[in-house]
Design a protein around this ligand. Structure first.
Ligand code: ADP
Ligand code: ADP
Length: 228
């Protein structure tokens, strides 16, 4: 069943720039969907429509919540990971990861258990008590992923999350994200410039082009068959 449906949605900005031509796209539950294309083709704009951070100029975006109710982005159902990990520098890693649970009023003991689980998922258990400045760029990104997953979101939205990392770190995070997704199957929309990342990670790739931003191709990646 669908997680989010974009229906003939377009985007014209206040200055008259057309960011997106009208387009339709359905993200299915459990998809790992990558948006790929050149700079300025509307990847971030399309992601922000799916995140309810911006409204389409025309058309609609619908979120599935046991039935379409047209409401999204309440911060619990959708989680974000951006290129800059945006951790609170004064707070320990465990406190950073716990922030969305604190904001949601989850009781301390339950929150701590979920934080521990999220940190284990991304391989950061041993750094729970560290501060962000004591972590490498890749580790900070892992913490950011843990913070996004700790609320068990319906959908994870990632905008070039590994774009600022060196290639070795990036490849390692790609591999770990793939393994994590295979275990958990959280619905993911992933913006990237990298064809390698898109092919490596995705169940579906949506290829976009610019002037105006639009979808030019959708590619389904068949699931590998279990061996033995
Ligand atoms: P991408 O993420 O693929 O690089 P964007 O979605 O950021 O592309 O941008 C799509 C197009 O919309 C580009 O031409 C960009 O310059 C333009 N654009 C994006 N945001 C705004 C804005 N707030 N106001 C005006 N134009 C914008
Ligand atoms: P990205 O999509 O890679 O995250 P940005 O959000 O910085 O990159 O912007 C993408 C493009 O949109 C850039 O070309 C930028 O100049 C353009 N853009 C962003 N905000 C505006 C704006 N308010 N007005 C015009 N162009 C914008």
């Amino acid at each position: 069943r669908p997680a989010v449906e974009v229906l003939s949605a377009d985007k014209v900005f206040a200055n008259g720039t057309r960011g997106l031509a009208p387009l339709s796209l359905t993200v299915e539950q459990g998809d790992f969907l990558s948006l790929i294309g050149p700079s300025g083709c509307g990847k971030s704009t399309l992601l922000s429509l799916m995140a309810n951070l911006q409204q389409p100029t025309d058309g609609r975006v619908l979120w599935w919540r046991g039935g379409f109710d047209g409401v999204g982005g309440d911060g619990r159902r959708l989680s974000f990971v951006f290129q800059d990990a945006t951790l609170m520098p004064w707070a320990r890693i465990d406190a950073n990861v716990r922030l969305p649970l604190d904001l949601a009023g989850v009781p301390r003991a339950a929150a701590s258990a979920r934080v521990a689980e999220a940190l284990a998922l991304v391989g950061l258990s041993s750094h729970a008590r560290h501060h962000p400045r004591q972590l490498s760029g890749g580790m900070k990104m892992r913490a950011s992923i843990a913070r996004a997953l700790v609320t068990e979101p319906d959908m994870l939205l990632m905008d070039e999350p590994f774009g600022a990392l060196d290639e070795i770190t990036r490849n390692r995070l790609d591999a770990d994200l793939a393994a994590l997704w295979w275990r958990r199957r959280f619905t993911t929309v992933f913006v990237t410039h990298s064809i390698y990342e898109a092919v490596f990670l995705s169940t579906r790739i949506v290829v976009m082009a610019a002037n105006p931003g639009r979808i030019v191709r959708e590619i389904a990646i068949p699931e590998p068959q279990p061996r033995g």
